[in-house]
Design a protein around this ligand. Sequence first.
Ligand SMILES: Nc1ncnc2c1ncn2[C@@H]1O[C@H](COP(=O)(O)OP(=O)(O)O)[C@@H](O)[C@H]1O
Ligand SMILES: [Mg+2]
Length: 150
Amino acid sequence: MVIEVTNEQEMKSFGARLGRLLRGGEVIELVGDVGAGKTTLTKGIATGLNITEDVQSPSFTISRVYPARDGLTLAHYDFYRLQEAGIMGDELKETILNQKTITIIEWGGIVEGALPVDRLTLSIVAPTETVRRIIVEAHGTRSLEIEHGL
Ligand SMILES: Nc1ncnc2c1ncn2[C@@H]1O[C@H](COP(=O)(O)OP(=O)(O)O)[C@@H](O)[C@H]1O
Ligand SMILES: [Mg+2]
């Protein structure tokens, strides 16, 4: 499935729509260049999870965690600055297994081995300054359910 948005607000709205579908245990992988809109999309997802805290890019801290609706937690990772998975890979595996957690991953290449098959991959391309094309790929039962709900 491919979705096109034409400005930042539409990206956030799409994220919120996706966020409202989440029930816990889902893994969302975000793929795209620097400035593609991965963190902006995550802010929208956070809105759909009723997170009121300001979602900040975790590129310096690698991970940030936010309490969300219904006793859920959003774990947002950005592995851009990480040279090797190391213990972060183990921490990530544990987070992913937690069915009360939604895991969002930017720059997941380094932790590829820790990622479950059943994940929703969103690849963002930017044909212009403000247009973003989001390619949605589901790799398993749960992620397919979410894609169909979008
Ligand atoms: N349609 C859009 N969707 C998302 N971001 C957009 C859009 N149009 C412009 N932008 C800008 O692109 C940048 C995206 O940054 P960010 O979300 O941090 O990207 P990434 O996390 O992929 O590096 C922001 O400065 C944002 O204002
Ligand atoms: Mg980012």
